[in-house]
Write a protein that binds this ligand. Structure first.
Ligand code: PEP
Length: 250
C-alpha cells in the first residue's frame, strides 16, 4: 500500500468548505483504494465535521498533540481529546511545529502520549539544510534516536516516518529534493532501524516523503526515491490536484 497523507495545516476557514473537501476526498480515496491508503489531517476544530463526513476507506488524522496531560496548557489538545474525536492518526514533529518550539524531546513526549492512547503517529523528520560532507545525516540520526529509543518493535512498526527536508518544503522552498536525495535518506532510515531492531521491523516502518511533492514529481519519488507514500500540504487542499496526485502514484 502507498500512503497518501494530506496535511491541511490552518485551512480551510469554514466548516462548509471542510464538508465539501471531505466529500471530494472520499471519492479519491474510494477510487484508488486498491493501491492507496488515504488520510487527511484537518485543523482540530474541524475534526468532528471531517470525521462525520469521511466514508470508508478515507481515514482522518489530527495535527499535533500536547506533550503532557497537565490541564493547565491553554490552547493545546491532549491525546485523550483527540482519541475521543475518533481521529486515528496524528502528525507530530512537523518543521512548522519545530519552528514554534517543539524540540526532539517534546516530539518524544508527544509520541509517548500517542502510544498511550493507541493513536497512530506520523512523525516528521528532516534536515534544515544540506552540506557536501553529509553532516545533515547526523541531524536526522539524532531525530531518529529520540523517536525510536525505548519503543518496542510493535510500537515502532506503527510509526509512519515523514521525511521532510525542511529546505524543500512549502512555497518558499529552495528547490525540490531529487528522488536520489530521498533514496539516500530512506536507505539511511531503514539501516538505522535495522541496526536498532531488525530487518523485519525496519521493513514494517512506513517512510513517506514530504517536500512539495505534487502530481508531476510524485511517481519518481516512489519509483526511484524509495518513498512509500507522501505527506503533502497545499496539494491536499485542492481536490483536483490531490486526485491527479493519487492517480499518478496509484
Ligand atoms: C508540508 O509542510 O508538510 C508540506 C509538504 O507542504 P507542501 O506540500 O505545501 O510543500
Amino acid at each position: 500500500m502507498i500512503y497518501l497523507i494530506g496535511n491541511w495545516k490552518m485551512a480551510p476557514e469554514k466548516n462548509t468548505q471542510v464538508a465539501d473537501l471531505i466529500k471530494k476526498t472520499n471519492d479519491i480515496a474510494k477510487l484508488y483504494k486498491k493501491t492507496l491508503t488515504t488520510i487527511v489531517c484537518p485543523p482540530a476544530i474541524f475534526l468532528p465535521t471531517a470525521i462525520k463526513g469521511a466514508k470508508v476507506p478515507l481515514l482522518i488524522g489530527a495535527q499535533g498533540v500536547a506533550a503532557s496531560d497537565a490541564v493547565a496548557q491553554t490552547g493545546l489538545m491532549s491525546a485523550a481529546m483527540l482519541k475521543d474525536t475518533k481521529a486515528q492518526y496524528v502528525i507530530i514533529g512537523h518543521s512548522e511545529m519545530r519552528a514554534r518550539g517543539d524540540s526532539n524531546a517534546t516530539v518524544k513526549e508527544q509520541l509517548t502520549r500517542l502510544c498511550e492512547k493507541k493513536l497512530l503517529p506520523i512523525v516528521c523528520i528532516g534536515e534544515k539544510s544540506r552540506d557536501a560532507q553529509g553532516w545533515y545525516l547526523s541531524e536526522v540520526k539524532e531525530q531518529l534516536e529520540t523517536i525510536f529509543t525505548g519503543l518496542t518493535p510493535l510500537q515502532a512498526k506503527k510509526v509512519i516516518i515523514a521525511y521532510e527536508p525542511v529546505w524543500a518544503i512549502g512555497a518558499k522552498a529552495e528547490r525540490a529534493a531529487t528522488p536520489a536525495e530521498c533514496r539516500e535518506m530512506t536507505i539511511f532510515i531503514k539501516k538505522f532501524l535495522t541496526d536498532l531492531y531488525d530487518e523485519k521491523t525496519a521493513k514494517a516502518v512506513v517512510i513517506v516523503y514530504g517536500g512539495s511533492a505534487d502530481e508531476f514529481n510524485a511517481k519518481s519519488f516512489i519509483e526511484e526515491g524509495g518513498a512509500q507514500g507522501f505527506l503533502v500540504g497545499r496539494v491536499s487542499l485542492d481536490a483536483k490536484r490531490f486526485g491527479l496526485l493519487a492517480k499518478s502514484i496509484s
